[in-house]
Design a binder for this molecule. Structure first.
Ligand SMILES: [Zn+2]
Ligand SMILES: [Zn+2]
Length: 159
């Protein structure tokens, strides 16, 4: 399986080592990518664990989990990556609607580990309603990890 973060590496050579806590991410971008991958594989606990300590007080694993479960996480595009910030677009499908969430996220090191603090959402759009017989929209994203070439939505991500 390809890593959901769009690195083109296999999952077990990329974000899986972070999600299974074999090793910690070395950069904010690695943490950001692994959080997207955790959404994609619906690991709410990892997403919770990688919030900053103060932010964890306002989160619940259950809420994170239901948001992760509700959506099909198609693709991640990184626009800009600096030491403590990453700007990205996450593409996902919910209720047969393709959506883009663009965010500039802030990260900090806490006790030597990268943590997600917060972010400014600059776009949150519905791109299109997807019909079951259309070519699956994952084909439009070079970084889509689930793409099955030219399959219809109902035979690909809409299954
Ligand atoms: Zn990855
Ligand atoms: Zn698809």
């Amino acid at each position: 399986m390809l890593c959901p973060c769009g690195s083109t590496l296999s999952f077990n050579a990329c974000c899986q080592v972070f999600i299974t806590q074999k090793q910690p991410p070395c950069t904010a971008e690695q943490l950001m990518r692994s959080r997207f991958s955790a959404y994609a594989i619906k690991d709410g606990q990892y997403i919770f664990n990688t919030y900053g300590a103060a932010q964890q007080l306002n989160q619940s694993v259950g809420e994170i989990q239901s948001w992760a479960d509700e959506c099909l996480w198609l693709a991640l595009v990184i626009h800009e990556s600096e030491k403590n910030t990453v700007e990205f677009s996450a593409y996902y499908i919910v209720d047969n609607t393709l959506c883009e969430l663009r965010e500039k996220s802030n990260f900090n090191l806490e006790q030597g580990l990268w943590r997600y603090i917060d972010g400014d959402i600059t776009e949150h759009n519905e791109i299109a309603k997807i019909k079951r017989n259309e070519t699956c929209p994952c084909n439009n994203y070079a970084t889509a990890w689930s793409a099955k070439k030219d399959k219809k939505f109902k035979h690909c991500c809409g299954k």
